[in-house]
Design a protein around this ligand. Structure first.
Ligand code: FES
Ligand SMILES: [Fe+2]
Length: 350
């Protein structure tokens, strides 16, 4: 076989649904009278909140006679209970059927649930192989003491895989080549502890902003990848003295498409270390929201540059790396824990 054909034979597909915590939506968006429903990890789910803000994420299939439990099919949230559109069975946030229009429901009439976590107002659900329990937890982020801007969210959908998107955290070389960053540095060896991988890096970048002018940022970043659906990045911009938080949340939809949601927040800027064109006349409380919009736009511009590559690339299990590629294979070894079933295509074909 010619060597290029041998390489093609080595290209295999990753299992589309690695085990982990995956983004559902913001807590605020779930507090509505219509349930939220979506394709998530290859199945249709429904999510809603009761009046106390408790969240339920469940398979969108009624255990009575199989109705779809999405708002599109007519399901509603009434007094915190999900009401099936077919015969009106009502479910509480524990998934238990608590009422029907006629008889008492059997205790066994329950929805199939996914365990949930609320991290800083972002709701995640656990997807385990064979429905098994969470094998690890997401860490809490430092609380918002009122000095952080509201979260800004942007979502892009494309054919991709969460392992490939998270690999960006250790792929230092692409930062200058694709995104045009200057002075890219790896500030510490990648460290791994269980499901948490930490990468520290720095860069500088100059962006044009309408009505503000050019803004040069000098950034130190700490990225924590905690499973393949959740990355949390703390940015420190040194020249202005701006702190930003960023979540990069990859969620498989149907085995081909993923949603990549970028969430950002900027800490209130009391005493900028240098003047920022156009911002000095703004009231202090407006600076963080405006900078957050800038950070969100900045990030989504970068993501769209990556999507051109991600949506067309193959997974190459035996990449031909050069020294400046960073610690890609260490990252790949870390990823193996999220495919606990055999035959998930983690080891190179031989
Ligand atoms: S199918 Fe849901 S109440 Fe009958
Ligand atoms: Fe990137």
């Amino acid at each position: 076989m010619p060597s290029d054909m041998a390489e093609v034979a080595n290209i295999c597909s990753l299992s589309p649904f690695p085990e982990g915590w995956y983004f559902i939506g913001t807590h605020r968006n779930l507090q509505k009278s219509e349930p939220y429903s979506a394709m998530w990890m290859g199945q249709k789910i429904v999510a809603w909140c009761n009046d106390h803000g408790d969240v339920c994420v469940a398979e969108a299939v009624c255990p009575h006679l199989g109705s779809d439990l999405s708002a599109d099919a007519g399901a509603r949230v009434v007094a915190g209970q999900l009401v099936c559109p077919f015969h009106g069975f009502e479910f509480d946030v524990t998934g238990q059927c608590v009422a029907t229009p006629s008889d008492d429901p059997a205790r066994s009439t329950k929805l199939r649930l996914f365990e949930t976590r609320n991290i800083g107002g972002l709701i995640f659900a656990w997807w385990g192989f064979g429905g098994r329990e969470p094998q690890w937890q997401l860490p809490h982020v430092p609380p918002n003491d009122g000095d952080w801007s509201d979260l800004a969210l942007r979502t892009v959908r494309f054919p991709g895989h969460p392992q490939e998107t998270s690999e960006n955290s250790v792929d230092i070389a692409h930062l200058s080549y694709i995104h045009g960053y200057d002075n890219v540095t790896s500030d510490a060896p990648v460290s791994i502890e269980g499901p948490c991988l930490e990468s520290r890096f720095g860069f500088a970048t100059t962006r044009k902003i309408a009505k503000i002018g050019k803004l040069t940022l000098e950034v130190s970043a700490v990225a924590r990848v905690i499973g393949l659906g959740y990355s949390y990045v703390e940015f420190r911009e040194r020249s202005i003295g701006m702190d930003a938080r960023l979540w990069v949340l990859a969620t498989p939809i149907d085995g081909t498409l993923i949603d990549l949601t970028i969430v950002s927040s900027v800490r209130e800027l009391r005493e900028p270390k240098r003047p920022i064109a156009g911002l000095k006349f703004l009231p202090r409380q407006l600076r963080a929201p405006i900078l957050n919009k800038f950070v969100a736009d900045f990030q989504i511009r970068d993501v769209k540059q990556d999507v051109v590559i991600w949506s067309r690339k193959h997974y190459v299990p035996r990449p031909r790396l050069v020294r400046s590629d960073g610690e890609v294979m260490k990252y790949r070894a870390y990823c193996a824990q999220f495919y606990p079933e055999p035959g998930q295509c983690q080891s190179p074909a031989r």
